[in-house]
Every structure is written in C-alpha cells, then in structure tokens.
Design a protein around this ligand. Structure first.
Ligand code: FDA
Length: 369
C-alpha cells in the first residue's frame, strides 16, 4: 500500500507527527527497528511496575498547551521529582537548596548559607576558570563541588573534571528556600499507567511495522510514501560521508527485589567517583506503587560505539561542525523532514520534542497547502 507519510522511528517525535498528520486526513506508516513502539519513553511491565527501560523519564513543562496536549491522551499524576544524593553513605537533598545546606553545614538561614558559599568561593580566588573543576569551584565553592558534583560529573563524562571544558557548566542553580522540587516548571508528572499509554494514544489506528531497520531497504521504504519523516541518526542517513557524530551511552542493570520499598525515593544519585553507577532508580515511586515487590535500575555511564545506544550527543565544536554539514544537506531535501534528538543531533526533553514536532507539522502543512 502507498502512504502519504512514512515515519522512520516510533519515538515521541515520530508519534506526535504521525498523529497530527492522520488528524489532517493523511495516511501514515511508522517503521521501527526495535520490537516495540515509544522510543526511549518505552516502559516494560515487571511485577505490575512500569519500568523505564531506557532511563527515568519525568515529564515537565511550563507550557500549558503542551501539558494539555499530552494530558489529552492520558492523564498525568502529580509526581514531583525530588532526587537525593548519596555521598559515601550520607544523604543530601537535591537540587542544592536550604535542606542541602543544612545537611552540609547545619546552617539554618539563607544568610548563613550565602555567607558560607561566598567564603569558600572567595578563598579559592579563581578568576579565569580553565576547566570544569575550576568553573564549578568558582560558582559553588569546595564542599558542594567535592561532595555532590565532582565524582558524578567525572562518571558521566568518563574523564577527570580537570580535563573537561569549563563551558559544560554555565551556571549551578542554588535555591535559598527549603524546596526539594527539582524542576522549576509549572507542570510535571508521569502518565497514569505509564508512558506506553501516551504512545498508544498517539498512534491509535496508525499502521506500524516493528523490527524494521529502514536502512536495510531504504529505497524501497522511501518509495512507499510521498513524504518521509526521519527520526534516526542523520549521519547514518547520509552514509557517514562527513564522518561519524559521537555520543555518550549508558548501561542499565535492572533488578527485581522481593521487598516492598528499597530506597524510599524514585531517584538516588551516587555522587562519589568510586561507586561505578551514577544513580539508582526505583520505578514504582513514579506512580506511587504499592506492589509487594520492587524493581530498581542502576545506571552506568558508558563510552559509545556503534553497538551501543546513542543516548547523549556530545555537542563539542568538532561534532557540531560535522552536524552542520549534514544539516546543510537535509535543508535541501524536499521529500524528507528530519526531526527528533538523533536527526537533529541535539538533547531534547520530552516537552521540547512535543513542541518541536507540533511546530514542524504546522509549518509543513502550511507549506504544502
Ligand atoms: P527516540 O530515540 O525516543 O526515538 C527514535 C526512534 O527511532 C527509536 O525508537 C529508534 O529505535 C528508531 N530508529 C532509529 N533509527 C532507526 C532506523 N534506522 N530504522 C527504524 N527505526 C529507527 N526527557 C524529559 O523530558 N524528562 C526526563 O526525565 C528525561 N529523561 C531521560 C533520560 C535518559 C537516560 C535519556 C537518554 C533521555 C531522557 N529524556 C528525558 C529525553 C527523552 O528521552 C527524549 O526527549 C525523547 O525520547 C526523544 O524522542 P525522539 O522521538 O526524538 O527519539
């Protein structure tokens, strides 16, 4: 069968685009190389718990239109992200706020906390930070850097902080209130029943073919539709002709435990260098689960190669230059639209993906009308 749109990839971008095209009376076919839809939002049901298979996902936005849009497919709960940090067995609240400062220094007022941070920064006397370590120290002082930033960041990037560029950390938000809510956004939550409900709502009555790698029969797939929406890797689309774009990857170790409540919180970061994982996620807490068992996931940062999932683009100058060349080719295409985190080589949160897909659909339909 011929379609108006072939959508390569069933992540959030592809599914929003497909839904909107169908709403405008167009026929769509989604092809997906994994054995399930949903991209990195996908949840696996284990012991009645929605396990975020590709990393913890918390939806947050201040845009009411986007919040209403996702809630029109599935109602979201009122989960509020309040992660903890575990440093050598001591627990600290995140993001850095009055609770953290009390736990670090027993200070009780914003004035005392500000003075403590300022005195540590002043003592260091760093004028032109030469690397990430100096940058962080000059913004936040020694204690917070050493206990809560250094080890975590070094694990994330796989390199000492003194070998990382200063620009990675532009600012370090601190809050002088007793407020553990990680996000500043107006709306946040988790779909009741899990992210699969959101994805299933978006692709209702749309044809999907799973276990299909578009590149195995690229020409044949492209011939099946008038337009192609491509959400895979842009360098792969152009046969790596300008070189390969680089990523950081992650390994996830999921474990089911015969215990009702393992750590009492969905997200606990491990901020010391010696613990090899960066965080432990206990999935049931995203949905206030009361199951008798629990599932936890240890998250290990990893170097990326072509056998691993490309999770985080490394937007350094070299990669950005390569991406620019691919983008110049993409901009000349008239049949193909590139969208989403892999095709645009950009870290996007979910609300940004929804916003970007809705905008691209709108622009596209304006152009063809
Ligand atoms: P996504 O990668 O989801 O979809 C692309 C799809 O295309 C995949 O299913 C892939 O298999 C498929 N595909 C690729 N090549 C193909 C080919 N050749 N043929 C067929 N199919 C192909 N955001 C947020 O708002 N809050 C959060 O808490 C988090 N947490 C988070 C944790 C971690 C560890 C990561 C890596 C990311 C987040 N995010 C997040 C970001 C969120 O995951 C992101 O915004 C969306 O998944 C992006 O959706 P896309 O559709 O762009 O990509």
């Amino acid at each position: 069968m011929q379609y108006d749109y072939l959508i390569v990839g069933s992540g959030l971008f592809g599914c929003v685009f497909a839904h909107e095209a169908k709403k405008r009376g167009k026929s769509c076919l989604i092809v997906e190389k994994r054995d399930h839809i949903g991209g990195n939002l996908y949840c696996e049901n284990v012991e009645g718990i929605n396990v975020h298979k590709y990393g913890a996902h918390i939806f947050h936005t201040s845009d009411k239109e986007i919040w209403d849009y996702v809630n029109s497919f599935v109602e979201f709960n009122r989960y509020t992200n309040s992660p903890l940090a575990n440093y050598k067995g001591e627990l600290y609240n995140l993001p850095f706020n009055m609770n953290t400062f009390y736990q670090l220094w027993k200070v009780k007022t914003p004035k005392e906390a500000k003075e403590k941070i300022k005195s540590q920064i002043d003592q260091l006397n760093i004028e032109n930070p030469a690397n990430l370590e100096e940058q962080a120290l000059s913004l936040i002082g020694t204690d917070i850097y050493e206990k809560l930033i250094k080890g975590y960041t070094e694990k994330q990037w796989g390199r000492p902080a003194t070998n990382l560029p200063a620009f990675i950390i532009k600012r370090l938000p601190v809050r002088f209130t007793f407020d553990n809510n990680y996000f500043n956004d107006k709306y946040q939550g988790i779909p009741i029943g899990g992210y699969n409900k959101l994805i299933e709502g978006l692709v209702k009555d749309i044809d999907v073919e799973l276990d299909v790698d578009f590149f195995e029969k690229k020409e044949q797939w492209e011939a099946r539709a008038q337009h192609v929406i491509f959400t895979g890797k842009i360098d792969q689309y152009y046969d790596y002709q300008f070189g390969r774009l680089e990523y950081r990857s992650l390994d996830f170790e999921h474990t089911t435990i015969d215990q009702e409540n393992y750590q009492g919180n969905a997200v606990v970061n491990y901020t010391e260098r010696e613990v090899p994982y960066t965080r432990i996620i206990e999935h049931k807490h995203f949905e206030f689960g009361t199951q008798s068992k629990t599932v936890i996931t240890k998250e290990y940062p990893a170097d990326w190669d072509s056998t691993k999932e490309p999770y985080y683009p490394i937007n350094n100058d070299a990669n950005n230059e390569i991406y620019k060349k691919y983008k110049a080719l993409a901009d000349k295409e008239d049949k193909i639209i590139f969208g989403g985190r892999l095709a645009e080589y950009k870290y996007y949160d979910m609300h940004q993906i929804v916003g970007s897909a809705l905008k691209k659909v709108k622009d596209h339909f304006k152009e063809i009308s």
